[in-house]
Design a protein around this ligand. Structure first.
Ligand code: DC
Length: 228
């Protein structure tokens, strides 16, 4: 068997609905990498904060972070070892997660556990600040984009699959609002890293995007002597 490098890092960033998690998951499966969905981690913290009934806008109310456990493994997110994968995608969590993710105390905690998780092996991590803050030394950084209308359509399909009724205009408004909060917050805003490759998925299917990105990752990996 060929020896595998112990630490390979791929960073994928982009706004809500750009296809990050789906694409990262498919790439992980084809290249035998561990996928870490950091958006799911912020959502899990939001769920915990909501269940505790804290004032989400008050930074001081997040002192519970030290006593909880958030773990993303095998496409599932665990909060204190309970699988909350379905719960974290409910609309009431989506509406609040940007507020929670804007707090420095929350981001510091998250970046720390994400970097620890990344140190463990061959990983592909998706989020908003992966190429800029969490994995600045990733050998390849990809920034995904897509039109707001297309991103809202994808979210609508996701909600319908969960049996949740939703209106397209509500989703467009929600995505615009989240994009604004995520890209204008003071700490670690959503931003393309200077050395990231920009890839637009508006008119490209997930399968085609995955195929093209894997080709790019393999090419770049070769230059680093990685077997991918
Ligand atoms: O990718 P997503 O929609 O599941 O992300 C949920 C929210 O989490 C998003 O509005 C912004 C925040 N987030 C973040 O601030 N930093 C990350 N690395 C990942 C997500």
């Amino acid at each position: 068997m060929l020896a595998m490098e112990t630490n390979i890092q791929i960073a994928i960033d982009g706004p809500a609905g750009s296809g990050k998690s789906t694409i990262a998951k498919a790439i992980a499966s084809q290249l035998q990498l561990t996928h870490i969905d950091t958006g799911a981690m912020y959502r899990a913290v939001t769920l915990e904060a909501m269940e505790r009934g804290i004032d989400l806008s008050n930074s001081a109310a997040y002192d519970f972070l030290a006593s909880i456990q958030v773990r993303f493994t095998n496409n599932k997110i665990y909060l204190n070892e309970v699988d909350v994968t379905t719960k974290i995608h409910r609309p009431e969590v989506s509406e609040r997660v940007s507020t929670v993710a804007a707090h420095k105390v929350v981001r510091d905690y998250m970046v720390q556990i994400q970097q620890q998780a990344a140190a463990e092996g061959r990983i592909i991590m998706d989020g908003r600040d992966i190429g800029t803050i969490v994995l600045p030394n990733a050998f390849i950084k990809i920034f995904l984009s897509a039109s707001v209308e297309e991103r809202a359509r994808r979210r609508l399909t996701d909600y319908h699959a969960q049996g949740i009724d939703m209106n397209i205009q509500t989703l467009i408004d929600d995505i615009n609002k989240r994009d604004h909060i995520d890209s204008t917050r003071n700490i670690n805003p959503l931003r393309k890293a200077d050395d990231a490759v920009l890839f637009d998925t508006t008119n490209t299917s997930i399968e085609e995007s995955v195929t093209q990105l894997i080709e790019l990752i393999r090419q770049r990996g070769k230059e680093h002597g990685y077997q991918l």
